[in-house]
Design a protein around this ligand. Structure first.
Ligand code: BF8
Ligand code: SF4
Length: 630
């Protein structure tokens, strides 16, 4: 009936093959080649049983050597490694949030950073008990920026955002002693606990892993999301395009890559200016195309409709098109390969943040105080580089899909009101969404998140799972590189309703939404926590009773482990397609996949067979429905 067609993994792979041919001509390296050099991986590392936290080691656990030199067993080593992995992720996400708070502190009426959503700022201020009456909005943004930064080192008490969680969830955290304190405290605590000669008891290490994760999801990440909305606007549905075909041969192409919208927003701003557009024409281009990679792509797509060039394992492809004048990066998930690769082409690889300095890059330090001049310099540098392009190397794959993105919690609540035709009084709650679930039109929801990982055929797990779930009337809420995988394939095109089950298709038609909802970047998984909390409050159920699960089928980063921990600790069963390096200890693996259920009413499932992973998620959702009698 419908002509709707997804872009297939095979088509994406063929496009990549063609780009790698260009790479071979100029002597470029690629992740595909480096994976071969690094395989097989170290088995001790994969099982999590290698310890190198003191110089008596490294120690590795084997049947013949069941303890390290200090006497630590497999459970202690695996547990410590897991906690350090979490601390790395929580610190990274949360520090991104801190940067946003700094930008908020610098907001001024004359710009460049302004308060875009004053209502949201006032709402949060009231939530935090800050006086708003009669206060100038920029006095308030300064005050709130300061308080948000101070939260990171708060001396006593818990994170402010914790009060948003349902009462039952807060009680569970209290009882399990995992209510998150200040982010910096939780990260330091984790590092202290895992120093030589400290904690080696699996249970204590996993407890802190959950608490440290919660300090990210219900602390640093939520700060990043909420104040990004205040500064740059709360996302609303907007149309865009995704995949490499969004780059334009006739234009100057600037790729923004990384995470913090403080940089990318300014680059977009100045690329749009008449001065830069005129300059682009002067150098022989038709205009300037900005396209995003990784979470930066999500940030600018959902607020500006800026197209998404690709996700994590597609970053090198952008340069391999030969049409990338500049790759501008801030922090996180930037391959150190980008510098050497850019040298094989005319591409300027521009690093901007002290925390992400890489060889073979041009470093332009970016700060909220000097944002305007930094952004101008970067855009100018890119435009002037157009003349250095080598036309014989230019090849942009003709692959792109339509996508509607920008489904913040606020936008979902608003949009779903269209589904129920009765109550006018439900506007502003999640009740219409709950009705869809209770009636069975939607069987449930899956939060699809996380990265690409060469251990999984890139994007295939995301796409195959999403196709299977939507065919079973399960709506998807996606973020990070999972969201981009969906957008690149066409699953965020509203026409993708054609491949949904009848119930979800009807909901998509009535609410005018795609079946896979783009909820933003990885820090925006905090939005998913808010949505789950609202659903629980509006339904009178506990979060763990909702037919909702989380899934990261291709995850790779420490941040993903921190996320997994806070999603599970919030009461949402989480399904992983890549092993979290805990198989070396049955005790740690048992805690994560079962034991923690006693504390937080949810646990992990690890399953590398993606088909089976999908079946298990559907079964879990149906179990929860059966328990509710719906
Ligand atoms: O924070 S999904 S590869 S881009 S870590 Fe990185 Fe993973 Fe992508 Fe955003 Ni998230
Ligand atoms: Fe080995 Fe113990 Fe030192 Fe780890 S802390 S490297 S197990 S001696």
């Amino acid at each position: 009936m419908s002509e709707f067609k997804l872009i297939t993994t095979e088509e994406c792979e063929a496009a990549t093959e063609r780009l790698l041919e260009t790479g071979a001509k100029v002597g470029a390296d690629s992740w595909q080649m480096r994976v071969k050099n690094q395989t097989p991986h170290c088995k001790f590392g994969e099982q999590g049983v290698c310890c190198r936290i003191c110089s008596m080691g490294p120690c590795r656990i084997t049947p013949k050597a069941p303890r390290g030199i200090c006497g630590c067993d497999a459970a202690g080593i695996v547990g410590r490694n897991f906690l350090r992995f979490t601390a790395g992720g929580a610190a990274t996400h949360s520090d991104h949030g801190r940067s946003i708070a700094e930008t908020l502190y610098e907001a001024r009426p004359e710009g460049p950073y302004k308060v875009n959503d004053p209502e949201k700022l006032i709402r949060i201020a009231k939530e935090w008990g800050v006086e708003t009456e009669g206060k100038d909005i920029y006095d308030l943004s300064k005050e709130m920026g300061y308080i948000a930064m101070a939260e990171y080192g708060k001396v006593f008490g818990y994170q402010n955002w914790v009060s948003r969680a349902p009462k039952h969830t807060q009680e569970l955290w209290e009882k399990a002693e995992i209510t998150p304190r200040a982010v910096d405290k939780e990260v330091s605590y984790a590092m202290h606990m895992t120093h030589m000669g400290n904690s080696s008891k699996a249970e204590a290490l996993i407890r802190q892993s959950l608490r440290n994760g919660l300090s990210d999801g219900w602390g640093g990440s939520m700060t990043g999301t909420e104040f990004s909305d205040v500064l740059f606007g709360t996302p609303k549905p907007v149309d865009t395009e995704a995949n490499l075909g969004v780059m334009k041969a006739e234009n100057v192409n600037i790729i923004v890559h990384g995470h913090d919208p403080s940089l990318s927003e300014m680059i977009c701003e100045y690329a749009d200016s008449k001065e830069m557009q005129d300059l682009a024409k002067e150098v022989g281009a038709k205009g300037i195309t900005i396209a995003g990679v990784c979470c930066t792509a999500n940030e600018v797509a959902m607020r500006r409709g800026v197209p998404m060039a690709g996700n994590f394992l597609q970053q090198e492809n952008c340069v391999l098109t030969g049409a990338c004048e500049a790759m501008v990066v801030d922090v996180q998930c930037i391959f150190p390969a980008m510098g050497p690769l850019s040298k094989c082409f005319h591409t300027k690889f521009i690093t901007t943040d002290d925390r992400c300095q890489q060889p073979d890059s041009e470093f332009i330090r970016f700060s909220p105080k000097t944002a305007e001049e930094n952004a101008k310099k970067i855009v100018r540098m890119a435009v002037e580089n157009f003349k250095n392009r080598k036309p014989e190397l230019v090849h942009i794959p003709e692959l792109k899909a339509k996508a509607t993105v920008g489904y913040s919690v606020e936008a979902i609540v608003k949009q779903l009101d269209g589904v129920t035709n009765s109550q006018v009084d439900v506007t502003g709650t999640t009740k219409p969404l709950l009705e869809c679930i209770t009636s069975g039109a939607l069987r449930g929801a899956v939060a699809m998140v996380g990265c690409n990982n060469p251990k999984v055929r890139p994007d295939s797990a995301h796409i195959d799972l999403m196709k299977k779930l939507i065919a079973n009337d399960i709506v998807i809420i996606a973020s990070g590189c999972s969201a981009q995988a969906a957008a690149k394939a066409g699953l965020m095109d509203k026409e993708a309703k054609a491949i949904c089950g009848a119930g979800l298709k009807r909901v998509c038609e009535l609410a005018d939404i795609p079946p896979v909802l783009h909820m933003g970047s990885c820090v925006d998984i905090s939005r998913m926590m808010i949505l789950a909390s609202e659903l629980a409050k509006d339904s009178g159920l506990n979060i763990s009773q909702l037919p909702v699960v989380g899934c990261a089928p291709e995850w790779m980063s420490e941040k993903a482990v921190s996320i997994g921990n806070y999603v599970v600790a919030t009461g949402i069963d989480t399904f992983l397609g890549v092993d979290p390096y805990v198989s070396g200890s049955a005790e740690v693996a048992g805690l994560l996949t079962d034991g923690i259920r006693d504390w937080v009413e949810a646990a992990y499932t690890v399953e590398k067979d993606i088909e089976v992973l999908g079946d298990k998620m559907i079964a879990r959702i149906e179990e929860k429905r059966a328990a509710l009698g719906i």
